[in-house]
Design a binder for this molecule. Structure first.
Ligand code: G6P
Ligand code: MN
Length: 447
């Protein structure tokens, strides 16, 4: 089996590689092709992988290339994990939004829109190349904003593109643990969009255990989402929101914490990774050790501002081994390649799963995966407040796609102005002007 990773010089590629090293079954990935625009990053990550594979029998062969068509040729699976504009772009997204007093997070609010506007045209090019060169390949999209990017790509690739995220499975794992249940035995009644979903039930042995958790104040605040949202609010909602909903339910506090932080998340990661890649390109120290150290620091500080915003302490040690998105990706790939049925929460076209938005909308829901792809499973209907947010944010995503298709600035303005976390059309206009001025990747936008 041949796997191609786009964004192959990216920092989290060794996680995927590590998951592959643990797979010894027949039909596993035997060839990995890393594609990246930056040869220096490719060679740095290549060194980490080489060290990681030392002494492991049957490790996949790794090749690197900066030629997209060559990378796609013969691929059975394509992981797309690119970052258009790099972490410098992410830091600019945050800074510009925060200067206007709104959120600049890479997937939520103004920052997510700016990032989406840069990324969708590039993702569409990739989708077209895949359709031409590797039409039978399955594309697993990691690229954020993952729901929006997956939907854009689905217009060329249909159901052969599947978006993934580790936050729903992480949520399910934490809720199961808080209930004293085995996460592998639990069925998650979860629905929404990527980074905008709600867990409205968790069934173990055929019974919904969530009411028991909601009734237990101590257990309820024993895990990340409970601490972030507080027991009262979770009880009021009757559901556990994805951690990214903190930006909606506590938006003032989130913006203030981000403004007060010494470095934004993007700027922190930019500086941190600059150090890692420089060190690794120079050689000397173990590339794998440098990577491990850098990764541990990234995990420990994940969503630190959100925790800061509501005064909760450090992350649970059990959450620090990484969210496990590489395990979601591997499980998805295995289920398709070997017809090993699995249930996973994925970003796929809605079909008739949720009554709104429409069938073509990419939503994040539990799916049964087999050799024929990911099939969404029935979920409980969302309450009106959640449906409202989902529809509003999907409308924003559609304006981003329209802007990427037509180059229309008016569509881009609508995307910013219609977002629930952007509170004025004037602010939206200034955001658009500033982003368009600062990001070369937005030069396609025309009046
Ligand atoms: C979670 C999210 C991802 C995100 C990742 C890293 O896993 O689901 O979408 O890419 O965190 O976040 P960070 O702030 O460390 O880049
Ligand atoms: Mn995610």
């Amino acid at each position: 089996m041949r796997l191609t990773i786009l964004g192959g010089g990216g920092f989290r590629v060794p996680l995927v590689h590590r998951a592959l090293l643990g797979d010894h079954a027949a039909g596993r990935v035997t060839h990995v092709t890393l594609h990246d625009l930056d040869a220096g990053r490719l060679s740095a990550i290549g060194r980490v992988l080489a060290e990681q594979a030392e002494g492991i029998a049957g490790a996949p062969r790794v090749t690197v290339t900066t030629d997209l068509d060559a990378a796609l040729k013969g691929a059975d699976f394509v992981f797309s994990a690119i970052r258009v504009g790099g972490l410098e772009g992410r830091a600019a997204d945050e800074r510009i939004a925060l200067e206007e007093g709104v959120l600049g997070q890479e997937t939520v609010g103004a920052g997510g829109i700016a990032y989406g506007l840069r990324t969708v045209p590039v993702a569409l090019d990739i989708a077209r190349r895949v359709a031409a060169i590797a039409p039978d390949a399955w594309v697993i999209n990691f690229t954020n904003p993952a729901g929006l990017v997956t939907e854009a790509m689905s217009r060329h690739l249909g159901d052969r593109v599947i978006g993934i995220c580790d936050s729903p499975v992480g949520l399910g794992r934490r809720v199961a643990r808080a209930l004293g249940a085995d996460p592998h035995e639990a069925w998650m009644d979860y629905a929404g969009l990527n980074h905008l979903g709600w867990l409205s039930g968790l069934r173990v042995g055929g019974r919904d255990q969530l009411p028991r958790l909601l009734a237990d104040s101590e257990a309820l605040v024993s895990f990340e989402e409970g601490k972030l949202f507080g027991a009262d609010w979770l009880r009021a909602l009757g559901a556990i929101p994805n951690e990214y909903l903190h930006y909606y339910y506590f938006s003032r506090e989130s913006v203030r914490a981000a403004q007060e932080a010494e470095l934004s998340r993007g700027a922190f990661l930019r500086d941190q990774q600059r150090g890692f890649y420089a060190l690794t390109e120079r050689g000397g120290e173990s590339a794998l050790e440098a990577w491990e150290r850098t990764r541990a620091e990234r995990e420990a500080t994940y969503m630190a501002e959100s925790r800061e915003a509501v005064g909760v302490g450090a992350r649970d040690a059990r959450d620090l081994d990484g969210g496990g998105y590489e395990h979601v990706a591997l499980a998805l790939m295995r289920a398709i390649a070997r017809n090993e049925r699995a249930t996973l929460i994925l970003n796929v076209r809605n079909g008739s799963t949720l009554p709104v938005p429409d069938a073509e909308a990419v939503v994040e829901v539990p799916c049964l995966v087999d050799a024929n792809g990911a099939h969404p499973l029935p979920v409980s209907p969302l309450p009106d407040h959640a449906t409202g947010l989902v529809c509003q944010v999907k409308a924003v995503e559609r304006e981003v796609m329209a802007a990427a298709d037509s180059g229309s600035r008016a569509a881009a303005l609508k995307a910013f102005a219609l977002h629930p976390l952007v509170d004025s059309v004037r602010v939206a206009r200034r955001l658009l002007d500033t982003y368009a001025r600062e990001h070369a990747g937005l030069s396609y936008l025309r009046p």
